[in-house]
Design a protein around this ligand. Structure first.
Ligand code: NAI
Length: 720
C-alpha cells in the first residue's frame, strides 16, 4: 500500500492506494472523522496521489472507494468554508476545487468510483468528474447537491457537469432545491451508471476500471428522451426551461434566498458560453454567496442541527434504552401519524390501541398511508413496504404492550383520560417501560401524578402532520429520570426528528412563543385588517404561510384550546381581542382545513380563498386596518418578546434550541436565524424601543420583557 504522507505522519494519510493487475485501487479515509470531508489537506493528498499514478506506467486505470463503512464523501469541509472572510478568498477556494476536478476529468487513465453511503456536494462533484460511477442500492447511499440549503451553490463544477450528464431539467431539479436522492433514483436519472448490492460494489467497480482500461467507453442515452431533446437540447427550449425555473424559485423562496438564483445563472452561463466560462462564473457566484448573511445563517442552522443530533438532551445521561417495540394508545390523527412515522423511520414493531376495533383499523390505515406515500414516491421498494406494513398491528386491549419499551399516548386532550390510560397501561408495561404523552397543553407532572413510576413518564410533543414536521419537543416532568429523557430523545431522533428538550411549563416552547402571534390576529382583524393582508405581511417577512393560514392548518378547535390555556397561564400579557374570537367559528363547525372551511375555504385539498362570511361572524369589518409595516411588527416582535421571556425562564436550555424550535416548529424564516438570532441582529435596544412604542399605543401585551430590557441596558446579545 502507498501513501503520500511523509513517514512521520503516515497514519494520518487520508488517501492510500494499491496497484494490482494494472488497476490502482485508491481509498479515501479521513482519519479521526466519521465521514470523509474534502479539506485543503485532502485535496493536496489527492493531487499527489494522482500525480504518482499518472507517472506509474503499471497503472492503466483507477478504481476509487471510500474507507468509511457507511459514507462515501459528505462534501467539502464546512469548517474551512466558515472561515472564509472575503468573496475573493471564497472564489479562489472554488477555483482550486474546480482545478483539481478538471485534472481528474482529464486524467490520462480512466477513473471508476464505487459509491456506498452518502455522496454529497463536493463528493458528488468529484464523482461526476470521474469516468464511471457505480453505486450501492443501500438506503444510506444518498446522492445529491445540498449546497443551496447552505446558501451557496455547487462550486466545484457541479453546476456544469450535472446538466451535461443528466439533462438540464433533471439537473435543475436537484441543484435548485438542494436535493438528495436515493441511489436507485440517481441511477434512473443517469447520475450513476450501475446500481449494485453492497457485497459486489468493489468487484463491479474494479471490473469497470478494467474495461475502461481496455478502451471501452460507456454509452449513455441522451438524457430526457425526445422531450428532453426539445427542451434541454436546444437554446430555445433551454430558454423556456430557465424562465420557468426562475419563476418557480421566486415563488418558492419569495426572493429571500439568493443561492438558487445564482445556481441557475451558473448553469445557464455555462451552457451558453461553454464549460470553461461556466466554471469561472460558478466560482465568482460562489464567492459572492459565501459571504452573504443568508448563507451564514443557514450554516449556523446546519451546525445547530448537527450538534442536536449528538445531544442526549440531559447532562451526564445514561445511555438511552433500546426501543424495538412501540406502543401507541389512541389511534386517531396524531397516534396514527406517530405510528406510521415510527415504522417508516425507526422500523420498530408498533402496537396500537384504541377504544374499539373500528378506530384501530382506521388508525392502522392512516399509519399505512404514510408508507403508501413513500412507496408512491419510490422512497421505499415494494419489498421494504411489505416488510414495514407487517410491523403495524393493533387491538382494543393492551395485548402486546407488555413488551413495549416505549409507549406514546395520543388520546383525547383531557387530564382524566390521559391519567386513566397511564394507570391501565402501567399495569402491563415491562419494568423499564417508558410512558410518553403527546399532550400539547397538559403539564407532564400532572399526568405523571397518576403514575406508579413517574420517573418513567415524559412528554413527547409531536407536531402535525407528524410524518412531515421535523421537530419534536421532549418534556421531562418534575420526577422524570435522566435515562427516560435520553430514551425519548434517542427514539425521537430515530424517527427522523430534530429534538429539543424543553421545560414542563404551559405551551412548552413552540406553542408558547406562537401564542402571542396567533393572538394578535384577533386584534388586527378587530382593527380592520384583512385576512389576506395579515397573511401576506408574514409571508413577505419569510414565513412559509401567514398566521391565519397557520390557524386553519392547525385546526381552529385545537388552536382555541391552546389559546385558552395560554391566556390562563400568561394572562398578564397574552390579552385576547374584543369580540367572540375563533370560538364562534368553531361553534359553526369551521375548524380550518380539516373541515373544508375556516378563515379560508378549502376544496379538493386546495385553499380557495377567504371565506368572507367570517368577518360578519367575528363582528369585524376589513377597512384597511393598521399600516403594513405595523402589522408586521405586531406579528413578529411579540414572538421575539415571548421567546426572550421563555428563555429567561429556562423553557429551553439555550438560544440555539429555541431558534431551532421556532424554525422547525412553525417555520420562522430560516434565513433570519430564529427569533433570538433575529433579536441579536436588530439589537435588543431597538426591539425594546419598538415594543415600548407599541405598548404605549395599545396595551401591556407588547411590554418588553425583563430579559430583553437587560440586554438593551447592557448592550449584550443572546449569542456570544
Ligand atoms: P383524535 O381525536 O384524532 O384522536 C384521539 C384518539 O384517542 C381517538 O381515536 C380516540 O378514540 C382515542 N381514545 C380516547 N380515549 C381513549 C382511551 N381511553 N383508550 C384508547 N384510546 C382512546 O385526537 P388527536 O388530534 O390525534 O390528538 C391526540 C393528542 O395529541 C391530544 O392530546 C392532542 O392534544 C395531541 N396533539 C394534537 C395535535 C394536533 O395537531 N391535532 C398536535 C400535537 C399534539
Amino acid at each position: 500500500m502507498s501513501t503520500i504522507a511523509p513517514p512521520s505522519t503516515r497514519t494520518a494519510a487520508a488517501v492510500t492506494w494499491d496497484v494490482a493487475d494494472g488497476i490502482a485501487t485508491v481509498v479515501l479515509d479521513v482519519k479521526g472523522q466519521t465521514v470523509n470531508v474534502l479539506s485543503r489537506a485532502v485535496k493536496d493528498e489527492f493531487l499527489a496521489c494522482f500525480a504518482a499514478l499518472a507517472d506509474d506506467s503499471q497503472v492503466r486505470a483507477v478504481a476509487f472507494f471510500s474507507g468509511k463503512p457507511e459514507n462515501f464523501v459528505a462534501g467539502a469541509d464546512i469548517e474551512e468554508f466558515v472561515k472564509l472572510t472575503s468573496a475573493a478568498e471564497a472564489e479562489r477556494l472554488s477555483a482550486d476545487g474546480q482545478e483539481m476536478l478538471e485534472r481528474m476529468a482529464r486524467f490520462p487513465k480512466p477513473i471508476a468510483v464505487g459509491i456506498h453511503g452518502a455522496c454529497l456536494g463536493g463528493g458528488l462533484e468529484f464523482a461526476l468528474a470521474c469516468h464511471y460511477r457505480v453505486a450501492t442500492d443501500y438506503p444510506k447511499t444518498q446522492i445529491g447537491l445540498p449546497e443551496v440549503q447552505l446558501g451557496i451553490l455547487p462550486a466545484a463544477g457541479g453546476c456544469q457537469r450535472l446538466p451535461r450528464l443528466i439533462g438540464l431539467r433533471a439537473a435543475l431539479d436537484i441543484i435548485l432545491a438542494g436535493k438528495t436522492e436515493r441511489a436507485a433514483k440517481a441511477f434512473r436519472l443517469g447520475i450513476v451508471d450501475e446500481l449494485v448490492p453492497p457485497a459486489i460494489l468493489a468487484d463491479v467497480t474494479l471490473a469497470a476500471a478494467r474495461r475502461l482500461a481496455g478502451g471501452w467507453r460507456p454509452k449513455r442515452k441522451r438524457p430526457g428522451g425526445f422531450v428532453g431533446f426539445l427542451l434541454d437540447g436546444n437554446p430555445l427550449g433551454r430558454r423556456i426551461v430557465f424562465r420557468m425555473a426562475r419563476k418557480q424559485v421566486l415563488e418558492r423562496t419569495g426572493g429571500h434566498y439568493p443561492a438558487p438564483l445564482a445556481a441557475l445563472e451558473a448553469v445557464e452561463y455555462g451552457l451558453r458560453h461553454g464549460m470553461a466560462e461556466g466554471l469561472t462564473r460558478e466560482a465568482q457566484l460562489f464567492g459572492q454567496l459565501a459571504v452573504t448573511d443568508v448563507s451564514r445563517k443557514l450554516v449556523q442552522i446546519f451546525f445547530a442541527t448537527n450538534q442536536l443530533k449528538k445531544d442526549s438532551g440531559v447532562a451526564n445521561a445514561p445511555p438511552p434504552g433500546r426501543v424495538e417495540r412501540l406502543g401507541i394508545i389512541g389511534s386517531g390523527f396524531m397516534g396514527a401519524g406517530i405510528a406510521g412515522t415510527a415504522v417508516a423511520q425507526a422500523e420498530v414493531d408498533v402496537r396500537m390501541k384504541d377504544a374499539d376495533l373500528g378506530r384501530v383499523a382506521q388508525g392502522i390505515l392512516a399509519a399505512r398511508a404514510i408508507l403508501d406515500d413513500r412507496l408512491k414516491r419510490r422512497r421505499i421498494t415494494k419489498f421494504e413496504y411489505a416488510r414495514l406494513v407487517a410491523l403495524l398491528s393493533g387491538g382494543d386491549t393492551y395485548a402486546g404492550f407488555g413488551r413495549a419499551e416505549l409507549t406514546i399516548e395520543a388520546v383525547f386532550e383531557e387530564l382524566g383520560v390521559k391519567q386513566q390510560v397511564l394507570r391501565e397501561v402501567e399495569a402491563v408495561l415491562p419494568p423499564t417501560g417508558v410512558f410518553a404523552s403527546n399532550t400539547s397543553t397538559i403539564p407532564i407532572t400532572r399526568i405523571a401524578a397518576a403514575a406508579r413510576a413517574p420517573e418513567r413518564v415524559i412528554g413527547m410533543h409531536f407536531f402535525s402532520p407528524v410524518a412531515k414536521m421535523p421537530l419534536l419537543e421532549v418534556i421531562p416532568g418534575a420526577r422524570t429520570e435522566p435515562q427516560t429523557i435520553s430514551t425519548a430523545v434517542a427514539f425521537g431522533r430515530r424517527m427522523g426528528k430534530t429534538v429539543i428538550v424543553v421545560k414542563d411549563s404551559p405551551g412548552f416552547w413552540v406553542n408558547r412563543i406562537l401564542a402571542p402571534y396567533g393572538n394578535e390576529v384577533g386584534h388586527l382583524l378587530a382593527e380592520g385588517a384583512s385576512i389576506e393582508d395579515i397573511d401576506s405581511m408574514a409571508v413577505r417577512f419569510g414565513f412559509p404561510v401567514g398566521p391565519v393560514t397557520l390557524l386553519d392548518e392547525v385546526g381552529l378547535d385545537v388552536a382555541l384550546k391552546v389559546a385558552g390555556v395560554m391566556q390562563e397561564a400568561y394572562g398578564d400579557h397574552i390579552l385576547p381581542a374584543p369580540g367572540p374570537g375563533i370560538a364562534v367559528l368553531v361553534q359553526e363547525g369551521r375548524l380550518g382545513r380539516k373541515s373544508g372551511r375556516g378563515f379560508y375555504i378549502y376544496k379538493d385539498g386546495k385553499k380557495r380563498g377567504v371565506d368572507d362570511s367570517v368577518y360578519s361572524l367575528l363582528g369585524v369589518h376589513p377597512n384597511g386596518g393598521p399600516r403594513p409595516a405595523e402589522i408586521l411588527q405586531r406579528l413578529v416582535l411579540p414572538i421575539v418578546n415571548e421567546a426572550a421571556r421563555a428563555l429567561g425562564e429556562a423553557v429551553v436550555r439555550n438560544p440555539r434550541d429555541g431558534d431551532i424550535g421556532a424554525i422547525f416548529g412553525f417555520g420562522f424564516p430560516p434565513f433570519r436565524g430564529g427569533p433570538l438570532r433575529y433579536a441579536d441582529d436588530l439589537g435588543a435596544e431597538r426591539v425594546v424601543t419598538d415594543l415600548e412604542r407599541l405598548a404605549e399605543r395599545y396595551d401591556a401585551r407588547f411590554a418588553p420583557c425583563e430579559v430583553l430590557q437587560e440586554h438593551a441596558r447592557a448592550g449584550t446579545k443572546f449569542y456570544a
